[in-house]
Ligand binder design. Sequence first.
Ligand SMILES: [Zn+2]
Length: 481
Amino acid sequence: MSKFYVCTAIPYVNDKPHIGHAMDFLYADILARYRRQQGDDVVFQIGTDEHGAKIAEKAEEAGQTPKEYADSIVPLWEAFTQKAGISNDRFVRTTDEAHEQRAQIIWENLSEHIYKGSYTGWYCVGCEEYKTETHVKDTAGTCPDHNRSYDKLEEDNYFFRLSDFTERVAEAISTDEVRIIPEYRKKEILNLVTSGLEDISISRPADKIAWGIGVPGDDTQVMYVWFEALMNYITVIGYPEHDDFATYWPADIQLIGKDILRFHAAIWPAMLMGLELPLPRVLYAHGHVGSDGIKMSKTLGNVIDPVEVIDKHGLDAFRYFFARHIPSYDDGDFTWEKFEQVYNSELANDLGNAVSRVAAMVVKYQEGVIGTIPPAGHDIQRYINALEDCRFDTALEEVWEQVRGLNGYIEQEKPWELAKEADTEHLGEVLAYMCGALLQIADLLVPFMPDTADAIAGVFSTGVVKPLDGPLFPKDVVAKQ
Ligand SMILES: [Zn+2]
């Protein structure tokens, strides 16, 4: 048994969960379930990022303290992840006392790489990011993502000597010490790193933004929210002294959206190097999900609410669509039309029908008794490789090859004719083979569609068919839409 530690990026609590967050959680959950199925000792972290000017602003609008505001939003996230079937076993809040204390220890342990200086430049509160002069010029002084003008900062800050780590970070990326998936994003970030990393500001004056973790030994400064949030990946397992930290670090994989690759591929590894800790083994950056070919935005009113998808079509249909039909290495697109077409053809017809037909035939011709199920002989190496490479789409494609193969086999062997010919021996073999194929399919679906996998196994696994009450993927659910 090996350990497997999987981490997701922690979202700000200024918004309710959207599909982008859902993708992070879903992909991580698939890996966590897959590893548990292999018998690995899995730790799976999710959490919320609760400090910074953006949260303080939101709280003020709501007439609450930042902590009250965060406390009111966090349950939405917990409810959402439950609804999406996310099997995390850790939930870190950056306002947890343990995180705050450990963040201060991290700061102290990085102190030889930290110096005080003054920062003159720009900041977008929406992004919670320092912006370069070039960027500000290019965007005419207004953040295109947040439609707000940048704040001009002239203040004393602490800085992290990121520049000292340029060569080591570049080396770690190019040698796959931290393997960045997909490969083309590795090239992108490597270009950025090799062009030279600059020192970064890692604190803000407490009199300007008080909502943050205090800098140890200097109560005039709080930590910059990003710098502190990155630490969650180790604070949640008890850096520096807890047994869990010794057992589970380094992360076996960290999952992030492509927009925050720079923080995770350049700054985070440098912080870990400063702490003399090993780097995460894999960093997987997934793309974004648009709707009908355009970016989802509140202004356009084309935001797809993951909860609505789950409510309408069920959890496993949601998990299936997003894992298979959003390209694992690229941006993807959601439309209700596409979703329903996939639901009908791939779930209700390909898989659902295979299950109900096979079960019905065993009941009809053999009074439900399956007999000896031969070991399913399908080669699953490509499925395994796909999961190793975070090709969730390819892994499910492989499973559907088997589903289609089984449907083809049913048509080819025509058990109903074998029954007419009273060829009971061959009929028994054919039906047992089909049941075995479905059990293997169920096994491969465990990480992706746990309820469906359970349901299929429940029908065939005891040797006597226990038919389902209704279809696995009822079509009338879609018709209601
Ligand atoms: Zn912005």
